[in-house]
Design a protein around this ligand. Structure first.
Ligand code: SF4
Length: 262
């Protein structure tokens, strides 16, 4: 990754307020994708491209039972794998990537998921976003800030970036957010994007960040009228939100919880 942007003191203070407000609203951040270990998280994250986490979570139990480790997935019959993951969309490409990714793990990493950004991004189907998810959530390594469609939209609305390219957005965020917050910041923003600051109808009148949010790009006409928003929408249990602080110390506990709660 290229060097982060030069921090703007004003933006840095603003980012600090956003981080605190998100932490108050979403004290428990947990990964939406059900997984028990890093291998399962890599697989689930690859499947989540152009697909909801809820849909992925419907598919992965059978998938992980059939292919419980990299070696099994590396030897998978493409047709059988495709039939299991079909409902996640782009299933042929995903099946091809999953098998190639698993072969990469077997051939280059003894079947284990590497804890290194460059090693991860060399695997088939694993981009920087997936690598950041895996390192942060499975290993508690803050390698960067996950910028998905929610993070992109919300950070623009919140005035933390003016850019559109996810890599450049990540640079802007890294410049103003302390590394220890990187993992949870993404998780919390994703939760907020799903529950409140949605793409089509941001619930600004019920938003816990409203007092500090410049609402950039939010057309007032696109927002529901106050009376249409009775109360702040609670975080839906089905909303796959976030993960526990990704500190190395909490990794074991998070994995355990992930097995049950996700
Ligand atoms: S105030 Fe509106 S635009 Fe800003 S974060 Fe909340 S819902 Fe999104």
């Amino acid at each position: 990754m290229t060097a982060p942007s030069t921090p703007d003191p004003h933006r840095k203070r603003h980012a600090g307020r956003v981080v605190k407000a998100l932490a108050r609203s979403y004290p428990e951040a947990f990964c939406a994708l059900k997984h028990r270990d890093a291998f399962e998280l890599v697989v689930a994250t690859i499947l989540s491209a152009q697909c909801t986490d809820a849909r992925v979570n419907l598919v992965t139990p059978a998938l992980f039972e059939r292919y419980p480790h990299a070696r099994a997935l590396a030897d998978a019959d493409p047709g059988e794998l495709e039939s299991i993951i079909r409902s996640t969309g782009f299933f042929r490409d995903k099946a091809r990537n999953l098998i190639a990714m698993a072969r990469g793990l077997v051939e280059q990493h003894h079947g284990e998921v590497p804890r290194d950004l460059d090693d991860l991004t060399r695997l088939a189907g694993v981009g920087r976003k997936t690598a950041n998810v895996v390192l942060g959530t499975a290993f508690g390594i803050a390698s960067g800030i996950v910028v998905d469609t929610h993070v992109q939209r919300l950070t623009q609305r919140l005035g933390l970036t003016e850019r559109n390219d996810p890599v450049k957005i990540e640079q802007d965020l890294i410049a103003v957010i302390p590394p220890k917050e990187w993992v949870n910041f993404s998780h919390r923003l994703i939760s907020h994007g799903r529950a409140v600051c949605t793409a089509r109808k941001p619930l600004c009148d019920a938003c816990s960040l409203a007092s500090i949010c410049p609402k950039i790009g939010v057309d007032a006409a696109s927002r529901p009228k106050p009376k249409a928003v009775a109360k702040s929408k609670p975080l839906d249990e089905s909303t796959p939100a976030l993960s526990k602080p990704a500190s190395p110390q909490s990794t074991a506990a998070r994995r355990k919880r992930s097995t049950h709660a996700h």
